[in-house]
Design a protein around this ligand. Structure first.
Ligand SMILES: [Zn+2]
Ligand SMILES: [Zn+2]
Length: 347
């Protein structure tokens, strides 16, 4: 099969993935499923993997490469292990990115992402930048009639990450409350739509790219800001003292230290993008009673809920399609933000 292989790390993300003919995956356990990839979303995490910031956790010995990235996958079931009952070859599916075990206590609580014995195809093991990849039956959600893998693949990760944090935010937001979304990219534009669907809050979208600002307006953001030097004052002015919730989809490049300054007293900052370091005086944390927390991907049932919103037309993925042969162009375009929404790789 055709696959895009990562051979080396590069902090500047200038290296190319190598397109190669490799042996297709085989079923090695009764619960495994081989998926013919219909589309795979290109994620900032893929750039971070190339940069090497995951190397200490994922590849401490340095023996992992080469392998195939790609963790936002949808496609069709190609083959199933002997124990698989809920899907059959030919079924169109979206793949929850995490292969959770199903039997640990965290799994039984429903939090797949906290599974003690899970694995993540595309992160440290072969994923979907190829014609086929292998996952487990537990990860699959069958697509409803008329839903095409290409149009939903990034919902598998970008989508649920954006939806999970929107759901957490919605619990804290009353109608009239303000939510700031910093970064209207692959995740931000899904959170915006999700918040509209599940909350009565007002949304302030911040992005320096005109195309992203335009998308935010089209998707119904109440206020769109360009993130200029006065952005903190602007937000504090519009919201009358700070937003009730701020969601940071960037988490690096210095923006991580703008976000907590936009939160009102008693408000909440959720960090989703990563790579930077938050620095704030502890006294500020105390006197403002600001809450800061992270949000990680999402669980299986959250992906089910998101697919329902998608089927009802309430949350749509905006994407640009690239052939697998052009994956290095896609990565370069992503680095330079030449597309809005998500880049999607089609083998
Ligand atoms: Zn991702
Ligand atoms: Zn588990």
């Amino acid at each position: 099969m055709k696959a895009a292989m990562l051979y080396e790390y590069d902090p500047a993300v200038n290296i190319n993935l190598k397109l190669e003919e490799v042996k297709p995956p085989e079923i090695t356990a009764p619960d495994e499923v081989i998926v013919r990839v219909g589309a795979a979303g290109l994620c900032r995490t893929d750039l971070h993997i190339i940069e090497g910031i995951w190397k200490p956790t994922m590849d401490p010995e340095g023996h992992l490469l080469p392998y195939i990235m790609g963790h936002e996958n949808a496609g069709w079931v190609e083959d199933v292990g002997s124990g698989v009952k809920s899907v059959k070859p030919g079924d169109a599916v979206i793949c929850h990115p995490f292969r959770s075990c199903g039997v640990c206590l965290n799994c039984r609580h429903g939090e797949d992402m906290h599974c003690e014995a899970g694995s993540f195809p595309g992160l440290g093991m072969n994923g979907g930048f190829a014609e086929y990849f292998v996952t487990s039956e537990r990860s699959l959600i069958k697509l409803k009639k008329g839903i095409v893998p290409l149009e939903v693949a990034p919902l598998a990760d970008a989508g649920i990450t954006a939806y999970r944090v929107a759901k957490k935010a919605a619990r804290l937001l009353r109608p009239g409350g303000y939510c700031v979304l910093l970064g209207i990219g692959g995740l931000g534009h899904i959170s915006l739509q999700s918040l509209h669907a599940i909350s009565g809050c007002r949304i302030i979208a911040i992005d320096k790219e005109p195309a992203a600002q335009k998308l935010a307006k089209e998707l119904g953001a109440d206020v769109v800001l360009d993130g200029g030097p006065n952005v903190i004052e602007e937000v504090r002015e519009i919201t009358g003292g700070g937003a009730h919730v701020v969601i940071d989809f960037v988490g690096e490049l210095g923006l991580e230290n703008l976000c907590w300054k936009m939160v009102r007293k008693g408000g909440q900052l959720f960090v989703v993008g990563y790579g930077g370091k938050i620095e704030m005086p502890t006294i500020q944390l105390v006197i403002e009673e600001i809450n800061i927390g992270g949000s990680l991907v999402g669980n299986y049932t959250e992906l089910v809920e998101l697919m329902e919103l998608n089927a009802d037309g309430k949350v749509k993925m905006h994407y640009t399609e690239y052939n697998l042969a052009d994956i290095n162009t896609a990565i370069d375009d992503f680095k330079h933000r030449r597309f809005t929404g998500r880049g999607v790789i089609v083998p």
